[in-house]
Design a protein around this ligand. Sequence first.
Ligand code: MG
Ligand code: ZN
Length: 224
Amino acid sequence: MIQTIEASPDEIYDIELEHSLLEANAKLAKENRSLLDRHGIASIDVMGAIGSGKTTLIGRLVERLKDRLGVAVFNGDATISSDADLIARQNVPVVQIATVNGCHLDANLVGKALRKIDLTKLKLIFIENIGNLICPAEFPLGSKARVVVVSVTEGQYMVRKHPHMFLGADLVVVNKIDLASAMEVSIEDLIADVHKLKPDLKVIRTSCKNGVGLDELTASLLAI
Ligand code: MG
Ligand code: ZN
């Protein structure tokens, strides 16, 4: 159930790239979106730092959803396939998008992944972006919603350090809340930082350790 696509050197764009390439990405993102819309598939771009818990969170959501509707997962990772392997154990279609040394996914790579799987049976695709809170914000993928995962283990100032990520988000997950007191991080202050940037942005608190917030997150994603 696991397939891999890999970026060739001419497909690796970076943040310093010219405006025309960002435009090219935006055009490809629109094409991805219309392909997904034609098939009635919602896709969710999951962004967040390395170690924020994106893969585990997606795994928990797939567990809750896979018997109810067709779910697939694209795992963006620079090289190794450990995250894709973990999700593939749940017997859902998985495409590993290996960016080689690219620090974000782009619409071209996601378009290639979309051509790798049978879209007719799917209703939802999770796209795990590369662990990076800077340039994924510049690269829409054609997803229906962008979710940012921020964990208390990343410290108190993660949100205010990366405003563009949160300004472009449709939903924020504050993850690993079971570790908040050990980390001496205030969840309330993290959420206040989110709302200073975007007052109406929905924030859900989760812990994959004890399951808190996962049903609420599942329901919110299904409503997107
Ligand atoms: Mg991961
Ligand atoms: Zn990048």
